[in-house]
Design a protein around this ligand. Structure first.
Ligand code: SAH
Length: 459
């Protein structure tokens, strides 16, 4: 490509044409469509040029070009149809800093004017680098026939409507709206606004009717630990699919008309298969429902979130995640403790007691080190296994361990113990609610008296 196509801003800029005959007229007809500040320098201007000058559409300097005539000009056309004169004026304009075109002289021109299809503000420029003017004309004719004569009008109306169209979400939805607007060629100037309003309404309601899935964290149990976003999702949901661990007080917050469906599983429990849950989520969303998939704590923590997201994606269902407070955060707050502490631990692990294959394996050697802090989810059944593994890897039997059942709920219980005593303490406590085992954390001293009481009543 020897010539790079650009669209130049000419509004209020000086453009000078030297010449007053046919070649100059052809260029002027094009240039008059722009908002450039036009000057014609011609000793013998055609009558059209004189008229345009009289109408104030251009400035006419009725003499041969002189030095200084092209000062501050952005573009200059040498259109005298006389090689020697064109070379002279081009040289003058060039010195004065203008970009120069010599009509019908590709070789000595700094720019060329393309063939144009004008549907202002839509302009198609066709260039063949002078190689095939006939071809350029054929292409122009072809495009002229293809583009609606009203395209420019439509584009102008569309431009004025852009702010309103922002009611549709950016991306596919908005593109579909504009595609339909332009494809249907529906704008006629008077009722354009009404037509567009109707089309926008159609797209907005189609969008509203489209199902979607929000994967929402219900927090650890206390309704006050719900995020505002989770509250909003529950307010608006058509269908709520909840895990067994989600507190009943939270389910009460759902919109009264919402269909409430239990996914009936606790953590990694088996009751309803994951496939069945995926199917439930996707089928409701596909029917146009706003589905809230409510998970305890934070949905991204041991929540089998990815499987549900993948199911949504496989079915082309829109989804989003609303994070929640994970139960470990509520539990550590109940201990009056902090997960990390300068000089004690620079990291904390969230681990699971068991996974789909049974008791989960971990880096026991690291976990057994003094000062390590870990929150063990689903750790009740695997407590003896974890205890055995840690002791085997050299953990101190006096390492502090705390079990928090029903964190943030009215029936919250805290059992302060040690690794050596974790079992049988846990079994004897006979916990019935969800519980977390904290390795390396004890309740803060100020809380200890209450803990002691809990411990005694628990055992
Ligand atoms: N996504 C959840 C965890 C799901 S796995 C979260 O972020 O909290 C289920 C495990 O979470 C339970 O076995 C239990 O270990 C823990 N859990 C959930 N709610 C709890 C609560 N209120 N108190 C203590 N542990 C809880």
């Amino acid at each position: 490509m020897k010539h790079f196509p650009i669209f130049m801003a000419l509004e209020g800029r000086r453009v000078v044409v030297s010449g007053g005959g046919e070649a100059a007229l052809a260029k002027l007809r094009l240039l008059l469509k722009t908002e450039a500040n036009l000057t014609v320098v011609a000793s013998d201007p055609a009558p059209e040029i004189v008229t345009w000058a009289a109408e104030g559409r251009l400035t006419l300097i009725a003499r041969a070009m002189e030095a200084g005539d092209a000062v501050c000009a952005r573009l200059f056309y040498a259109a005298n149809e006389d090689d020697a004169e064109d070379a002279r004026v081009a040289d003058l304009a060039n010195r004065e800093g203008a970009l120069v075109n010599i009509v019908d002289n590709l070789e000595d021109s700094q720019f060329i004017t393309p063939a144009m299809v004008d549907r202002d503000p839509v302009v198609v420029a066709i260039g063949t680098e002078g190689a095939a003017p006939v071809l350029a004309r054929a292409i122009k004719k072809d495009i002229e026939e293809r583009l609606s004569p009203r395209l420019g009008l439509m584009a102008r109306i569309g431009k004025a409507f852009r702010t309103k169209a922002e009611a549709l979400p950016f991306g596919v939805k908005r593109r579909e709206f504009w595609a339909e607007y332009y494809a249907k060629d529906i704008a006629t100037s008077e009722d354009a606004e009404t037509t567009l309003d109707a089309l926008l309404d159609k797209h907005l309601s189609a969008h509203a009717k489209e199902g979607r899935v929000e994967l929402v964290g219900a927090g650890p149990g206390d309704p006050e630990l719900l995020t505002l976003k989770a509250r909003k999702a529950l307010d608006e949901a058509d269908v709520v699919i909840y895990d067994r661990l989600v507190a009943p007080e939270i389910l009460e917050l759902a919109r009264r008309e919402a269909i409430m469906l239990s996914a009936g599983k606790e953590g990694f429990g088996p009751s309803v298969t994951q496939d069945a849950i995926n199917e439930m989520i996707v089928s409701h969303a596909r029917n146009g429902s706003h589905v809230v998939r409510l998970k305890s704590g934070d949905p991204t923590v041991f929540g089998r979130l990815d499987e549900e997201i993948e199911a949504c994606e496989a079915s082309g269902v829109a989804w989003s995640i609303v994070p929640g407070i994970t139960s470990a955060s509520a539990a550590v707050a109940a201990l009056g403790q902090s997960f990390t502490k300068r000089g004690r631990n620079s990291g904390v692990r969230f681990i699971t007691g068991h996974d789909t294959k049974g008791f989960a394996d971990h880096d026991w050697k690291t976990l057994a080190r003094a000062g390590e802090v870990a929150a063990i989810y689903m750790g009740k059944k695997s407590a003896r296994f974890i205890q055995g593994r840690l002791l085997m890897h050299g953990a101190d039997a006096l390492t502090q361990v705390t079990v928090i059942e029903n964190a943030s709920r009215p029936d919250q219980r805290i059992l302060a113990t040690t690794l050596g005593e974790l079992e049988p303490t846990l079994t004897q406590a006979n916990l019935t609610g969800p519980a977390l085992v904290f390795l390396g954390l004890a309740p803060r001293a100020a809380l200890n008296a209450a803990q002691q009481h809990e411990l005694e009543t628990a055992i």
